[in-house]
Structure formats: C-alpha cells, structure tokens
Design a binder for this molecule. Structure first.
Ligand SMILES: [Zn+2]
Length: 469
C-alpha cells in the first residue's frame, strides 16, 4: 500500500482568521465530495471518532498552504498541553472549551461558511457581532462536514440582518482574544483568559442571584465581565447595589457568610490578583450595607500586600503604565524594585494611591497656571515639571501632572520677585512677545532663574500674575 502523501486532493478553500483545524478540515472533506469527516479522517489515518484538534492540524500541515495561512490555523487551533488548552497566545482550562457538539451563529455563517473558535468556549452564549444566541439544536458533532444545513436537514444559515440589543463585552473580549489574537491594553490585558472566564462567571452569577450557587446556574457573564473592567471604587458601589437589590436586609444583618460569603470560595488556583481585587471590592461593598463580623475586620491585616497587577486593578490603571510610574516617582527603594514581582504593602499602596489621586490632566493645569495647556506643555518639555504618560486616570487619555508639583512651581515663580517695580510693567504675554518667545518658554526661563519677575499681582491666577520690567 502506498502511503497518502497529502490528506486532500485539493485545497482551493483557504483557512480564515479564527478558524480552527477541525473546521478547515471539515470544509475540505465536504469539498472532496464526502459526507462524513469521521470516515474520511479514518481513511487517511487521523482519529475520526474523537476530534483531536492538534492531530487534524498536523494532517493539514502536509498541504502546501502559505506560511500566513498555516500560522492562522495554528493560532486558532486548541492545543492541549498538561490539561490546558493553548489557543494562540491564550490559555483555557480543559473544561472551558468543548467541541463535542457544533454551535453556530447563523448570521456569521451567512457572511462566511466556517467555524469561529470562540463558539467553542463553553461559557459563551452569544455572537458578539449579531447579538443572537449561538444555535446548538439540533445537536450534531464534527463528523458532519457541512455548514449550510444540519444532518437533520435544518438550515444553519440566516442571511437577515441582526445587531446586538445590548453590549456583550465578555463575548466581544472572547472574539478579540481568540479570533483576532489581540488583548488590547486595558486593565485586564495581562490577565489569562482562563482566569477572566472563571471570575467573570462567578461575578456574573452574583449579578443575577446575589450569591454563589451550584444549583442555580443563572449567570450574566457580560455583567460579570463588565465589573472586572471597573475601577475599585466603582466595583465597591456595584457590589453594594447588588447586595441591596438581591439580598434582604435581615439576611445582610446576619453577616457576610450568612449573605452568601465570598465569591471566591471553592476556586482553588489561578487568577489570584483578579480574585483579590474582586474579593476586596465585595467585602467593602457588603460592609456598606451589611454587618461585617469580627473575623473579617482582621482581613486587611492578613492579606494586605498587593502585587503590581492587583494595585493596577485596584486603581483602574494598566500595569505597564503603573510600573513605569512607580519607578519614576521613586516610591520604592531600588533594592525593592523587581518589576512584575513587586509587592506593595498597605503603606506603600496608600502612598501610591495618594500620588495617583493627585494626578491632573493638561486641561486641569489651566486653572492653576492661568496659561493655556500648550504653553504649559513647553515647561514640561523643558524638563521643569514631571509629565506622566500612560496613566489614564479616570479613563481619559493624554499626559498627567502632579497637582502638588504644578501648584508648587507656580508658587515658586510667584515668590521669586525681589526687585522693586519701576516704570511700566509688562504682563507675561506682552513680555513673551517683546522677547519674541512663548509664555511657556518665558515661564521656563523664570524657573531656571534666567529672568526675574518684577511684581506679582496676587489677584491674577497662576503665572498670569507675573509682571516684568
Ligand atoms: Zn454572528
């Protein structure tokens, strides 16, 4: 018997972005005119009874696909290693992924007939593009190679238009990470997908029933995920509001455990940073509307150290930006600086939080300096005031400045005058004009001691109070 060199006689179909090996394999089987992936696979020596995505990927490697196409297939195919599925750069627990039964979005199939990897995430229920529930009835497995109709003769395609009636942030995140292979740079960018799913599910269940339950499976995972993207303060408010809405006051009076206890209980490993942040918010939210027993008051002392990730999550900032910021402000002595493995005790975190809370945007400097933002920017560019990029406090972009520092330099300039005024004085703007420079440059010169103001008008704001000969 001569071994079959290539698993298919033709490969005019191309793999799509986000398409796993078994989908592409099935499409090629159908293109060969066969009606059973199971029989076809067995014939070419691939396990056809139980889908092993990696095995099908290996078979497809024998096709002369373009390197890009092969990479696309690899990135969307779950590879099992040590009981963990690796999909591109993402990791999922074995039970978080299933391809036993096929699930589809009929509208996506109308756009292009292939399978999207995110449909195999067990906790996924919707298509984030079309907002519809994924269809899993009638049930059929990957032995069936077609995408237009089910083996029972049911049409799988719906060409009508559909858009989500509400935001589906969890499902959109799944699509972004798994289909597009991107993580963005939000606060969860460094968190593993498997951990996000676990925590989002627990919080999503709390969102609906106000506690954890193995019996009641109700869960709004999009709401749960949304909570994970909030700042610490917003999370606390969210828990408070949910406790009030879902747990009767009489129960809340009986304590935290009587009110359902920590969401985290029972989850053994993984997602520690995210869990810590969520748990802290749950306690604080409960404390606002319930009775916290003595055992929980000690909690803060027991687990007070925060990792960089936890600190970033608590402050609603990207870990990368925060890491640079901590270094810039010299919060920790050099000996203690060890990047991601950094640990902030309560005192250090509070100090950090105070500095972060004190940050202001460029537009906010105007009410202190009295000069336009673009003029003040020149003072920062001249290195005379610290400018912090990548610290999107409050969710808005642009550089940040320390309110304290800005106030101090304004005060310093306003107290730098010594000479007695004589003759006609010039304002900051007219002096800058006379010197053929800008207000920002002139302020920089004052700060460097190259020019001294003659008078300060205390009634005028910030640098605008400076007068020159
Ligand atoms: Zn869809």
């Amino acid at each position: 018997m001569t071994p079959i060199r290539r698993p298919f006689t033709r490969w005019r179909l191309r793999p799509h972005q986000g398409e796993p090996s078994y989908s592409y394999f099935a499409r090629l089987v159908a293109d060969e005119g066969h009606n059973s992936v199971k029989i076809y696979a067995t014939e070419i020596g691939v396990n056809g009874r139980n889908i092993v995505p990696e095995e099908m990927l290996d078979a497809l490697r024998k096709l002369p696909l373009l390197p890009d196409e092969m990479e696309r297939l690899r990135a969307a195919t779950p590879i099992l290693r040590d009981s963990v599925y690796q999909v591109g750069n993402e990791r999922l627990k074995q039970k978080q992924l299933s391809f036993r039964h096929r699930r589809v979005c009929p509208h996506c199939l109308a756009t292009a007939r292939y399978h999207r990897i995110q449909w195999d995430v067990v906790s996924a229920r919707y298509c984030s593009i079309h907002g519809v529930e994924l269809v899993d009835k009638p049930r059929f497995g990957w032995w069936w190679p077609h995408f237009d109709v089910s083996p029972q003769g049911v049409r799988l395609i719906d060409p009508t238009e559909a858009v989500p009636a509400r935001p589906l942030p969890f499902h959109e995140m799944l699509r972004t990470r798994l289909e597009l292979g991107e993580r963005g740079d939000g606060p969860l960018a460094t968190t593993e997908l498997s951990d996000i799913i676990t925590v989002a599910q627990a919080v999503g269940q709390f969102a609906v029933i106000g506690k954890r339950s193995s019996k009641d499976k109700s869960c709004d995972i999009d709401a749960g995920y949304q909570v994970l993207t909030l700042s610490h303060g917003e999370r606390v408010e969210w828990f408070k509001e949910r406790y009030e809405a879902l747990v009767p006051a009489a129960v809340r009076k009986r304590g935290f455990d009587a009110s359902g206890g920590p969401l985290r209980a029972g989850f053994d490993v993984g997602g520690d940073a995210l869990w810590d942040a969520v748990e802290q918010a749950q306690y604080e939210g409960f404390a606002k509307v319930g009775t916290l027993g003595r055992k929980f008051v000690r909690r803060d002392a027991i687990r007070s150290d925060k990792t960089l990730k936890e600190a970033a999550a608590a402050l609603g900032l990207p870990p990368k930006g925060l890491s640079k910021f901590i270094q810039r402000i010299g919060l920790l002595p050099h000996a203690k600086w060890n990047g991601d493995a950094i640990s902030l005790d309560t005192e250090a975190f509070e100090a950090l939080k105070a500095v972060v809370d004190d940050l202001i945007t460029l537009p906010q400097t105007i009410e202190i300096t009295g000069i336009p933002g673009h003029e003040f920017r020149q003072v920062a560019k001249a290195g005379l005031v610290a400018e912090y990029p990548h610290m999107p406090t409050g969710g808005t972009f642009g550089p940040r400045y320390s309110r304290k520092e800005v106030t101090e330099i304004v005060e310093r300039c306003r107290s730098s005058t010594s000479a007695k005024p004589s003759g006609e004085l010039k304002t900051l703007i007219s002096k800058a004009k006379q010197l053929n420079t800008t207000q920002g440059q002139l302020v920089s010169m004052v700060m460097r001691g190259e020019i001294t103001p003659s008078l300060v008008d205390q009634d005028r704001l910030g640098f605008r109070g400076l007068y020159f000969e």
